[in-house]
Design a protein around this ligand. Structure first.
Ligand code: M7G
Length: 361
């Protein structure tokens, strides 16, 4: 890499305090700013947060993986009084036919990794039940105390049909999107129907997850917030997963990036790596730093995951290393406007149908 050029970009990142461009998304965010804000505070019970599972009614198992020890469930959740999960309440029938007030929900349950610091307690205090013995081999059921046997749960409520489909196991197809396809097929589709990025605005505006922020550079042009991704329970660094969300609005994805964004990208790369080294002791050469194309949420963000962790979505058909993105833009300012980009789409994805309708599949 041209180091002089890089230093220039970093200097620009430090100094570049230009006026912030008004963004269309801002109005949308302000309109919705009172809806769906729910700070995650460690120690608050699910009941206090408004979610209880006693009335949960499973509709379908969307996906499960014995290897990853995860299960994705679609169901309906009964609401507590004063629940803050948005406004759309509906009635539903649960197995026996009785009707409840409830909302569509997706629950993701995941067995958490072992932690070295609790291993001693786990082995000392658990009940051991022999399953079988043969020669020098034996297998057991180990029954640990509840606090050593946590399951991580992520709830999306109210969940839209798009959320439910996102987690449904389906056939996938490889798409080659050229720049014309992007303008005529993908862009109109994103503008009409992508996931809300309200949760992103809540983070940027300090309305949610404030206690979880690891680092912030508040520069409107080159700044970002670094915080744990909600896939990471932060109990061990082996599966470390953080995201850097840029303050600048209106950069939807990789496709919008030009050389003008290099100060922003270099800043995210450099500061993100520095902060992770400081906070978690993981050096840059042990981190995978990348962007998704297509992302689920069209507000530019960068994924930082532990190199040894096979994070979901880090495969070659979706992840673009930030260092490659930076070099591509240094070589060709319009690289991501002109190149054909390859990604996968799921069978039921409306975007796939649009590619079919346009004769591109
Ligand atoms: P993406 O590439 O747009 O899509 O990444 P993906 O979800 O299909 O990977 C968005 C990233 O943001 C993912 O890694 C999500 O796990 C993470 N994420 C999504 N939500 C709704 C939240 C949230 O509310 N808080 C945090 N901290 N992370 C989130």
């Amino acid at each position: 890499m041209d180091t002089k050029k890089e230093t220039n970009y970093l200097e620009m990142a430090e100094m570049g305090k230009r006026d912030r461009e008004e963004d269309n998304n801002r109005n949308e965010a302000e309109k919705r700013s009172k809806v769906g804000v729910d700070d995650q505070v460690e120690g608050v019970t699910a009941e206090q947060s408004g979610l209880t599972l006693d009335g949960f009614c499973t509709q379908t198992v969307l996906r499960e993986s014995a290897r990853e020890k995860t299960i994705f469930i679609h169901g309906k959740v009964r609401l507590n009084k004063g629940l803050r999960f948005g406004a759309h309440r509906i009635n539903y029938s649960c197995m026996g036919g009785s009707t409840h007030e409830g909302q569509e929900a997706v629950l993701i349950l995941e067995k958490t990794p072992f932690r070295e610091e609790t291993l001693g307690e786990l082995l000392k205090t658990s009940d051991l039940k022999l399953q079988m013995r043969n020669d020098i081999y034996s297998t057991y059921h180990l029954l640990p105390h509840a606090h050593l046997n946590e399951i991580k749960m992520t709830a999306i409520c109210p969940a839209t049909e798009k959320h439910i489909n996102k987690y449904l196991r389906q056939e996938i197809f490889l798409i080659q999107e050229n720049s014309k396809d992007y303008k005529s097929i993908t862009l109109p589709y994103i503008q009409a129907g992508s996931f809300s990025v309200q949760w992103v605005y809540n983070i940027l505006e300090k309305k949610a997850e404030t206690e979880r922020i690891v680092f912030e550079d508040s520069d409107p042009e080159t700044g970002f917030i670094l915080l744990p991704d909600f896939k990471w329970d932060q109990k061990q660094v082996d599966d470390l997963y953080l995201i850097a969300i840029c303050h600048q609005r209106g950069i939807k994805s990789l496709r919008d990036l030009t050389a003008d964004h290099l100060p922003l990208l270099l800043n995210i790369q450099q500061r993100g790596q520095d902060e992770i080294q400081k906070r978690y002791g993981i050096p840059a050469n042990q981190l995978r730093v990348y962007l998704h194309y297509q992302p689920s949420y069209y507000h530019l963000h960068v994924h930082f995951t532990a190199l040894g962790y096979d994070a979901p979505g880090c495969g070659v058909e979706r992840a673009h290393l930030l260092s490659d993105v930076i070099q591509n833009l240094q070589t060709d300012a319009q690289y991501y406007q002109s190149r054909t980009l390859t990604f996968t789409l799921r069978a039921d994805d409306a975007l796939l149908q649009k590619f079919r309708d346009a004769g591109r599949l």
